[in-house]
Design a protein around this ligand. Structure first.
Ligand code: SAM
Ligand code: SF4
Length: 342
């Protein structure tokens, strides 16, 4: 089947086949897929959602069977880690069944099945998701102060705290993600860190990326990794740990390996990027900052067979651009963060 993958028409390079199957023109191998289940969300994080979101038509979202097919194609080509995202993935009807479907891909090479969520619905869903085969959760958690949390997200903190507890009670490893915006929640760096250390939870600070409503992001609102570390050093000992292939640089804080910083803006990790993304309609984005995607969902609905879809996947991945590091700044396109999946 892969013999049908054509060489690049200009360079005559041929995408690598075999073990490291999804390779781009810069030599980066893809191992991780972020699979969006919906663009809808019950939160209104200003750094992600526009003031007046326009949702995708429900009929355009990949069905449960289509999601499994797209995921299977990707796993067959070397993807070992799937992260479910959104919008808010817990709003997707039948999310538990989708997890059980994807769980069947372990025999084809899937090693890890994760989710990124705002946790509001985890109180009722954590245990069913763990039972269905989910391995772990990243939870957005931008403030520990209830008022700041509600101002940032538009929702109260209490159900989120219950959701975090429910996930831990269900045995799901949890990492917290906090997007920092200057003068909005940078004063939460120390309280969040203290709370995460007390709770024995991992916490990653994320630099605010220009992927929200056009015109909203400004460079001066980004709290850079260096600034976050300077704040942490006012009250903690901070020791950098060796960088891995993960996007976060990890730091030992007061002797505990609990805090990371994802410095997409000040120190992009594009050189080691091993990710691809499917939106909820099956549009393939090979980079979070890509201007356009490849409509594989539409191609599937038009009747394409697995060979044709696999060829499209290889070709799109091969042409993946260098990334944000090569072209920093806001991207002009209609899809925003909640449609892309983070
Ligand atoms: N609703 C889920 C959640 O919030 O965890 C999953 C979707 S959300 C789009 C995925 C991740 O993207 C979250 O960790 C969120 O904080 C992050 N995110 C959204 N907009 C961002 C931005 N402009 N800059 C940096 N991270 C952002
Ligand atoms: Fe919703 Fe997540 Fe975006 Fe917040 S970051 S609005 S929770 S999709």
């Amino acid at each position: 089947m892969l013999d049908t993958v054509l060489p690049d028409p200009i360079t005559n390079d041929r995408p690598t086949q075999g073990a490291a199957r999804l390779r781009d023109q810069h030599g980066r191998v893809k191992r991780k897929l972020r699979l969006s289940l919906t663009d809808r969300c019950n939160f209104r994080c200003s750094y992600c959602m526009p003031e007046h979101p326009v949702w995708l038509p429900k009929a355009s979202l990949l069905t449960r069977a289509e999601l499994l097919r797209m995921a299977r194609l990707a796993v067959d080509q070397g993807i070992t880690h799937i992260r479910l995202t959104g919008g808010e993935p817990l709003l997707r009807a039948g999310v538990r069944d989708i997890v059980s479907d994807l769980q069947t891909l372990r025999s084809s090479g899937l090693q890890r099945l994760s989710m990124t969520s705002n946790a509001e619905r985890l109180g009722e869903l954590a245990q069913p998701l763990a039972d269905a085969g989910l391995d772990d959760l990243n939870i957005s958690f931008d403030a520990i102060d209830p008022d700041v949390f509600e101002t940032l997200t538009g929702r109260p903190i209490a159900p989120v705290l219950r959701g975090i507890n429910a996930a831990r009670a269900a045995g799901l490893p949890v990492k917290l993600n906090a997007v920092l915006i200057r003068d909005r929640n940078d004063h939460q760096i120390l309280p969040l860190t203290r709370w995460a250390l007390e709770q024995d939870l991992s916490l990653r600070f994320i630099e605010y990326m220009p992927l929200d409503q056009p015109g909203r992001w400004r460079p001066e609102t980004v709290m850079s990794e260096a600034e976050v570390l300077a704040v942490l050093r006012t009250q903690h000992t901070v020791e950098a740990l060796p960088r891995s292939a993960e996007p976060a640089t990890r730091y030992r804080i007061d002797g505990q390996d609990r805090v990371g910083v994802i410095a997409t803006v000040s120190n992009p990790f594009c050189g080691s990027c091993d990710r691809i993304r499917f939106t909820a309609t099956g549009e393939l984005f090979t980079c979070l900052f890509a201007q356009t995607g490849t409509p594989m969902g539409a191609q599937m609905r038009a009747g394409a067979d697995d060979d044709a879809l696999t060829e499209t996947l290889h070709r799109a991945v091969w042409h993946k651009q260098a990334g944000y590091a090569a072209q920093p700044g806001p991207v002009e396109r209609t899809i925003l963060m909640h449609g892309m999946g983070g």
